[in-house]
Design a protein around this ligand. Sequence first.
Ligand code: GLU
Ligand code: ASP
Length: 494
Amino acid sequence: MTDKNKEARHIPQTGFFGHPKGLFTLFFTEFWERFSYYGMRAILLLYMYAEINSGNFDIDKSTALSIMAIYGSLVYMSGIIGGWIADRLFGTTKTVFYGGVLIMIGHIILALPGNFTALLASMFFIVIGTGLLKPNASSIVGDLYSKEDARRDSGFSIFYMGINAGAFIAPLIVGTIGENYSFHLGFGLAAIGMFIGLIIFMLTKKSFLGTAGSQVPNPLTKENRKLVLGRIGVGLLIIIILAAIGITTGILTIELFILIVSFLGILIPTAYFIVMYRSKKTTDVERSRILAYIPLFIAAMMFWAIQEQGSSILTDYAANRTQLELAGFTIPASWFQSLNPLFIIAFAPIFAWLWLKLGKRQPSTPKKFSFGLIFAGLSFIVMMIPAMNGTESLVSPLWLVLSYFLVVIGELLLSPVGLSATTKLAPAAFSAQTMSLWFLSNAAAQAVNAQLVRFYDKDTELMYFGILGFLAIGLGILLFILSSKIQRAMKGIL
Ligand code: GLU
Ligand code: ASP
């Protein structure tokens, strides 16, 4: 194991707004990676709809909505693979680089006109690539600072701004070009974005990151390497053979694939919890913390289930139910996806100020989660109002603006504390995997979404928003009632 604290001393400690220069490298790498990801997501549903309408894709629209969800789920699930590869094979910086290359290849595939299989191939590259890049880029941010460094939290906040700045401009650029000119050109811009990110990473990593992320923390020994890689190879081979047989015989349909991912999305976090709870390395205090973390994880799941429907259900809503003609200008439906990151950038500083001002009087983590969930629920409840007058006429775009505003208030209450709560509540023996564990709440959410979104259409709209909205609010209230109990089980963690 490397000593991260010692390592931090070999990293240029200033040079980027009073932060280590390496933050510049990671900020812009993640900015461009998120630009490519959210740019692609801004138009993917609309692209699939267009291909369905022209007869090029032989799926129906509800399957397209499910694909948006399993795609998102797999992207966050694959973080486990990325964490393992960095930890045992390549170290974080190399893994980030390989991830970026795979992501770029994925977008290039979509930039070329192709069929449904090409979409699946592109998904494969982006899923694995993001799993390699995203969690590892975040974990290098942590490595830039020694444990005692007071700048650590603000470093993560700056990084979070980078994520959302990329997510903000992506729909405006990729969306506009994609919707008004050609979807493939849009995907091409996403590929260019990732390429720029990779260039910045390569050019600055040596001098800015220093030794951060260059070591392999827990390398496989020579003998182990053969054994483990051999087993992985055999496992992969079996999966490929099964998939090939499944596809050729027609047993493995896209519907079955969606179902498998939905199961995995729930199974993997459940297995994580069981393994952590039963591990001999886990102490009694840590066991109590794991139990306290479960309701928070479920709350996070419910939150992301609503938040992540921005690129699926709310984009369908923007395209089909919203008045987009404004004074002779047609708003591209994809633009609405810029609202979430825009509001995040605008309001994150206000929340940071609020917590600072409230100091010890600020709500506990379980209470923040509960408020976060209630706001997410409200963001769907307000969407019931325009549906009350029937669903035949187009509605004002301001409904979507209001909905995005509410979900972002929830996001700011829940997401920034989520990762830190995970790091504090996960047992020490599992600390390397906490980043993956937190992303699994999003993966599980989207795994469930893959089944939920099928129930959405014009006729069910009112019920759909209503049931999910009230469910989130109900869970939020339950969490509030349980919050002191959960707080006690957290054993001294705030
Ligand atoms: N919007 C966040 C991002 O892309 C969400 C990730 C999460 O699940 O925490 O980084
Ligand atoms: N707010 C999201 C995240 O933090 C970005 C988005 O949904 O567009 O990255």
